[in-house]
Design a protein around this ligand. Structure first.
Ligand code: PGA
Length: 256
């Protein structure tokens, strides 16, 4: 973490879990941990159907609500999709874009992801852009090249002031939901490379202002070590964000 130049963010990704009543109860229970976290922004990325309930429940708490996906178009004939303006009007401040599950199960490409990032920024939201290599890519030692390509493509055409509003989450696919967390050194190495890529695209001031998170089996036990690394500014947390005690403990760790 480096709080002098950028914010620390702990974001939960609930995926397809929790009904609206369950979500309301969770937010109530999360309030104390979020209230103590003066140095860290707490975000919950919830199913679309929970957004309104969570925004209401998080009122006057230091908890920001986000979505997990957005459509790139402003409006139109896209049955079943949700636009950035619709999310903004509900009070969502963040939106996860390009999660590996969206890339894998819903065939999202870097071109689509780039369009979604632009749409979210256009509506005044903060995209949480996910990048990360597969197991095969890591075994072939091409993770740096692959993630660099994702960062360049997904942020293509943005101005430096737009890039500063993007939160980047490095999530190695082999670490997601598997319990196989990347070592803090390996995670730091890729997060450092991501910052270097942004520096080459937009200069040092922009690069040092961007929050870069780690995601992939981050939990209350390994959070402190990961967060002690200079280029890891927080976490995107799946499984452990469903348990209010575990998620609160991660927020505490990020607030140290
Ligand atoms: P995990 O998920 O923490 O359960 O590995 C992270 C994510 O998918 O964002």
């Amino acid at each position: 973490m480096n709080r002098r130049y950028r914010k620390t963010v702990i974001a939960g990704n609930w995926k397809m879990n929790k009904t609206a009543p369950e979500a309301r109860e969770f937010v109530e229970k999360l309030r104390p941990a979020a209230a103590k976290a003066k140095w860290c922004e707490t975000v919950l990325c919830v199913p679309f159907t929970d957004i309104q309930t969570c925004v209401k429940a998080a009122k006057s708490a230091r908890i920001f609500i986000g979505a997990q996906n957005v459509h790139e178009a402003k409006s139109g004939a896209f049955t079943g999709e949700i636009s950035a303006e619709m999310l903004d009007v509900l009070g969502a401040k963040y939106v996860i874009i390009g999660h590996s599950e969206r890339r894998q199960y819903f065939s999202e490409t870097d071109d689509t992801i780039n369009a979604k990032v632009r749409a979210a920024l256009g509506a005044g939201m903060h995209p949480i852009l996910c990048v990360g290599e597969s197991r095969v890519q890591r075994d072939l030692s091409v993770q740096e090249d692959f993630v660099r390509m994702q960062v360049k493509s997904d942020l293509s055409g943005l101005t430096p002031s737009e890039v500063r509003k993007v939160v980047i989450a490095y999530e190695p696919i082999w670490a997601i939901g598997t319990g196989q967390t990347a070592s803090a050194d390996d995670a730091q190495e890729i997060c450092r490379m991501i910052r270097e890529t942004i520096r080459k695209m937009h200069g040092a001031r922009c690069a040092r202002a961007v929050s870069i998170l780690y995601g992939g089996s981050m939990n209350e036990k390994n959070a402190s070590e990961l967060l002690s690394k200079p280029d890891i500014d927080g976490g995107l947390i799946g499984g452990a964000s469903l348990d209010v005690k575990k998620f609160s403990a991660i927020i505490d760790a990020a607030n140290q």
